[in-house]
Design a binder for this molecule. Structure first.
Ligand SMILES: [Zn+2]
Length: 159
């Protein structure tokens, strides 16, 4: 039966021990203005600040919530580039191995390209023209895979 009336030094109270990280019995060690401020944990014998017992169910829920947030972050966070299939990557390696990136021209949609020409794209990096379609659309092999780019766009056309 819990004793009624103001707390007194030596009273046994249930606390959440910050050292044991558990809800445990402790004896009241310090009282300020009728409020228990310090207790001595009966398990670890440390004098710890008075903390009411924690709702362990709630704690678990919080931990779970944190975990879900971390997972969410991983899923929606900075997109990790999709690993190019090995074959595409090997081909890109082979085709760009001889190319000098300093001599590769920055992609210009007004230009005319021929197959196997090396270009530099500000987003995709170095690429090799794989195919030029009749309408000037290019199929370019980049490190991560193929991209379609326009070429031979008339100079007066705005995009
Ligand atoms: Zn303790």
């Amino acid at each position: 039966m819990p004793r009624k009336g103001p707390p007194q030094i030596g009273d046994i109270v249930e606390i959440h021990c910050s050292k044991c990280r558990l809800n445990l019995d402790a004896s009241v060690a310090a009282i300020v203005g009728g409020e228990v401020v310090k207790v001595t944990c009966r398990t670890c014998d440390n004098e710890v600040p008075m903390r009411p017992p924690m709702d362990m169910g709630m704690k678990k829920e919080k931990a779970l919530e944190r975990l879900m947030k971390m997972r969410q972050k991983r899923l929606t966070g900075p997109a990790t580039p999709v690993a190019a299939p090995d074959a595409v990557r090997a081909l890109w390696d082979e085709l760009t191995a001889k190319a000098d990136p300093r001599r590769a021209k920055v992609y210009d949609r007004h230009r005319k390209y021929r197959e196997e020409e090396v270009l530099l794209h500000k987003e995709h990096g170095m690429g090799v023209v794989h195919q030029v379609d009749a309408d000037g659309e290019l199929q370019v092999l980049f490190r991560h895979g193929f991209e379609r780019l326009r070429s031979q766009v008339p100079p007066d056309e705005d995009e």
